[in-house]
Design a protein around this ligand. Structure first.
Ligand code: AMP
Ligand code: ZN
Length: 110
């Protein structure tokens, strides 16, 4: 828990938020500025600042399972989704989170 962290405040309930998913380790909620009809943030409850600081593969596995469930629930399985982690200074919020967005068309061929 970092008392200056907006996601820690959401996780603790200090900032009210409806969760699309919650278990002992993870929450998911809608992004406040969605870029697609589905735009969820999947967030470990523990305050980890950046993907490179994530040393716990158990948490990573639990995030994977949470995201799989959310893909299915939001009917994105065959509709085109993206899972994005901004880090290394590209992120606005310094509490690790995975963006799940969709539906997307096929990515342009490189
Ligand atoms: P990033 O650039 O990966 O750190 O993205 C942070 C994301 O958090 C942005 O897409 C914001 O719109 C989103 N965000 C910031 N504050 C909130 C909030 N209070 N509730 C939901 N999403 C938020
Ligand atoms: Zn935090």
């Amino acid at each position: 828990m970092d008392k200056n962290c907006i996601f820690c405040k959401i996780i603790s309930g200090e900032i009210p938020k409806e969760f699309a998913f919650e278990n002992a380790d993870i929450v998911a909620f809608s992004d406040i500025r969605p870029i697609k009809p589905v735009h969820l943030l999947i967030v470990p409850k523990i305050h980890i600042t950046d993907f490179t600081k994530l040393e716990n593969d158990l948490i990573l596995g639990k995030i994977r399972i949470a995201i799989l469930g959310l893909i299915e629930q939001n009917k994105l399985t065959d509709k085109g989704y993206r899972i994005v982690v901004n880090g290394g200074g590209a992120q606005a919020v310094d509490h690790l989170h995975f963006h799940l967005t969709g539906p997307w068309g096929k990515a342009a061929e490189l």
